[in-house]
Write a protein that binds this ligand. Sequence first.
Ligand code: SAH
Ligand code: SF4
Length: 355
Amino acid sequence: MIKKQELTELTKEELASELQNLGEKPFRAKQLWQWIYYRGITDFNLMSNLSLALRQKLIDNYTITRPKVITEQISVDKTHKWLLEFADGERVEMVYIPEKDRGAVCISTQVGCAMGCKFCHTGSQHFTRNLTTGEIVGQFMVARDAYKEWPSPTDETRYLSNIVVMGMGEPLNNLDNVVRALNILTDSEGISISRRRITMSTSGIAPKIVEALQRTGVRLAVSLHAPNNAIRSKIMPINDKFKIEDVMKACAEYQQGDHSRYITFEYLLLKGINDSQENAKELIKLLKKYKLRALFNLIPFNPWPNCIFEPSERKTVEAFSKTLEEAGFAAPIRVARGQDILAACGQLKSKMPKA
Ligand code: SAH
Ligand code: SF4
């Protein structure tokens, strides 16, 4: 039996050429696209404006599948975490973080992660494989199914308003699939999430930063976590390959000539490691040196089983924030969400250690 082609793996152009190969006119591709990405329909039989003959051809040759939901947990603060499984049995976690009248879906780009940041639960799982285009898009579709956010004539409210590419994995190391997936997710005839509402976080793959932003047009967040190479290398092995200076230069290049481009620097506070006033001052100097328009997102450390770090004291975090703010940088302290179900930053993991 020939394996059927999964349609969510295809870009709009590729879908159009598939239909052309079936002898269909271009507008049929548009109709099919809208069924999949505007209505969220997975059953070809429900695609009422396609001829019966075309529906049969589609049934015979194609599939539209969602990642399988293995478990779901909802935190006391309403953060929602899913463990999802793909066709080959590999799994990732996805999180929805609701705010009052909006919310962000945090999607994964890899099974595990090769970066091995010492403070990150995902990093302790090692890398298995990249996610495909359809697997990345499929995560958001699962969230839309769960919250019934496919368009309805009576309710156009969007609680799943933002996407953060901050789940498991390093997105810049799976850039082709991430670009394809973001093109699908932002397409105005489908899911239509604005690129301004998408933030992609990288651990600092310096040579790919400019390319990634040129190809996606989304917002950039960089996991900085240290003011100098000595500290950063201790907690993020990737820093041995791409130094802070490489990352800063890439950020400066990205901002050149475009004043609307702001960068968020994520800064995780680890007790006694990177949270002193001296560290804060060094950080300010670093950003000023490269003349970056940036804000900080201070992340209190979220512990996970057997981790070696401790969160900084609340007053230390507040003092760190104050010093950055006095130097002119916004530096809000991120409120941890979903900690009780291990859904907060850096707590995701889809495989348990082998006994
Ligand atoms: N892999 C990407 C995006 C996913 S992680 C990256 O590293 O940028 C999202 C953010 O959570 C990153 O800034 C990451 O460094 C941070 N993080 C990792 N482990 C954490 C933990 N235990 N507590 C709090 N934040 C953590
Ligand atoms: Fe990977 Fe990001 Fe975790 Fe580092 S923090 S191990 S890059 S997921």
